[in-house]
Structures are given as structure tokens and as C-alpha cells.
Design a protein around this ligand. Structure first.
Ligand SMILES: [Zn+2]
Length: 254
């Protein structure tokens, strides 16, 4: 392994590989191997010439090295963040999470989550699979679970408060707990399952009130307070709610 100094002063290791098929000198960069200089077989140029050539590609190399470092950092963070247990306060449920190889009736390269027994989830997928695939499979499980319960809660509450809506969808928004369109279409964030039940209820009340009043003026807050007397306190408490969500749930590489 040799090293070359790039234009930004950084020293970068590289390896020379002779190839019978190569017609000219080529650089190859990958996260796994670093920099490989491919040269036509039997025609390895003098070291100085080679390094001068590499230096002309300094910016291209630096850009790739930066990206590799970033990917590695994210993967490491994702690895640390994969949960051993998932707590869903809104449902008052706790799930232990176990990681295993692929199931018998599963494509060997896919990753999926199955309920082993009540309270135990099994993430099945290739041992060499990326952390991100496991996190993604868990997020899909959360979304499916939320889609199975949140519309029912909203429907019940809408009847109780006499505030009908036209449609509800459960999504995985990054910045909002919920939204309501002018046509009474409500969209709810699947991460609501990670909040205490009273907070989740507040979000549903809030969106239902938007079917009457679209803006956030005094009339709107008066209407919310009529149906949720603790709205002010809950709103204040919820300010830090996003930060308390687990990283595997909110951090995605895609
Ligand atoms: Zn609102």
C-alpha cells in the first residue's frame, strides 16, 4: 500500500493493480477497497508519474472519500440505534425485538418483521444485511400498526365530538404529527404511536377541529380547548416530543 498527497494536503492510501484488459491507467474508488489504480499489465509507470496523474483527480477523489466517511458515520449511528425493545405508549405496548436470519418462506435477500409471539418481534433478514434495511423493515411495521389503529380512533372521536372528516390516511411524515386539508382529509403520522395516549388524542382533536376552522386563530384554539381541556399544557409538553423519538425511527438514509 502506497500513499499519495492530494491537492488539499490529505494523504490517501492506494494500491496498484495490473490488468491484462486495461488499455490505460484508471482510478477506482470504493468504500470497501479505497483507491485502486488499475494499470495495463507490464506497464506500471514510475511512481512520480503515477502520483502526478492521481493528483490531477484530487477533487474527484476528495469528494468520494467525503461521501464514504459520511456513509460510514450514518451506518454506525444506525447500528447503535437499532432497538432491542420498542415501546408504544399510545397503545401501552412493549415489544422485544430479536434479530434473526431469513425465514424459510422468505426471499433470502429480503428483510421483514414478523410477530413471533405477543410482545416479541423478529426481524428476519440476511446476516450481512444493512442496518438501514432492518430499520426500514421496523418502520414499515410501525406504519402498518398505526394504519390499523389510528383511523379507528379518529372515527370514534369524530363521532363523539360530532366533527366528521372525509378521509384519513396514515403516513410517515418527517415534520408534522398530522394535517387536515380544506376538504376534510386528515393525514396522521404513524409516529403518534410513540407518544403518550393523551398527546395522541390531542393531535386527533386538533386535526378534527380543523375540519371546522382551518387557521390557528383564537377561535380555533377556543374550539380545541372545548374538547381537550389540557390542550395548552399538552402543546407545551409536546415541543420536545420529536427529540425523544428513537433514532432508527426518524433517521433514514433514503
Ligand atoms: Zn393545526
Amino acid at each position: 500500500m502506497q500513499r499519495v498527497e492530494l491537492a488539499d494536503g490529505r494523504s490517501c492510501p492506494y494500491r496498484i493493480q495490473e490488468s491484462g484488459r486495461a488499455r490505460r491507467i484508471r482510478l477506482r474508488l470504493s468504500a470497501a477497497e479505497g483507491m485502486v489504480v488499475i494499470v495495463p499489465a507490464g506497464a506500471v509507470p514510475p511512481r512520480e508519474d503515477l502520483e502526478r496523474l492521481i493528483q490531477t483527480k484530487s477533487r474527484w477523489i476528495a469528494r468520494h472519500l467525503h461521501r464514504f466517511a459520511q456513509q460510514e458515520r450514518t451506518a454506525r449511528a444506525g447500528n447503535l440505534a437499532l432497538p432491542g425493545c420498542i415501546h408504544l405508549p399510545a397503545l401501552n405496548e412493549r415489544w422485544d425485538v430479536r434479530y434473526a436470519g431469513p425465514d424459510v418462506n422468505q426471499a433470502p435477500s429480503s428483510t421483514r418483521v414478523r410477530v413471533a409471539t405477543q410482545g416479541v418481534l423478529q426481524v428476519c433478514g440476511p446476516e450481512s444485511g444493512r442496518h438501514e434495511d432492518r430499520a426500514q423493515a421496523l418502520r414499515a411495521w410501525v406504519r402498518a400498526k398505526a394504519a390499523a389503529v389510528l383511523p379507528g380512533w379518529l372515527g370514534e372521536l369524530a363521532r363523539e365530538l360530532r366533527m366528521p372528516f372525509s378521509r384519513v390516511t396514515v403516513r410517515d411524515q418527517r415534520t408534522r404529527w398530522g394535517s387536515c386539508s380544506r376538504h376534510g382529509r386528515i393525514s396522521l403520522n404513524c409516529k403518534l404511536l410513540f407518544l403518550p395516549r393523551t398527546w395522541t388524542r390531542y393531535v386527533l382533536v386538533h386535526e378534527l377541529c380543523h375540519t371546522r376552522i382551518m387557521n390557528h386563530g383564537p377561535d380555533f384554539w377556543a374550539l380545541v380547548a372545548m374538547h381537550e381541556t389540557q390542550a395548552l399544557r399538552i402543546r407545551a409538553e409536546m415541543r420536545t416530543a420529536w427529540r425523544k423519538l428513537p433514532a432508527w425511527l426518524t433517521m433514514s438514509l433514503n
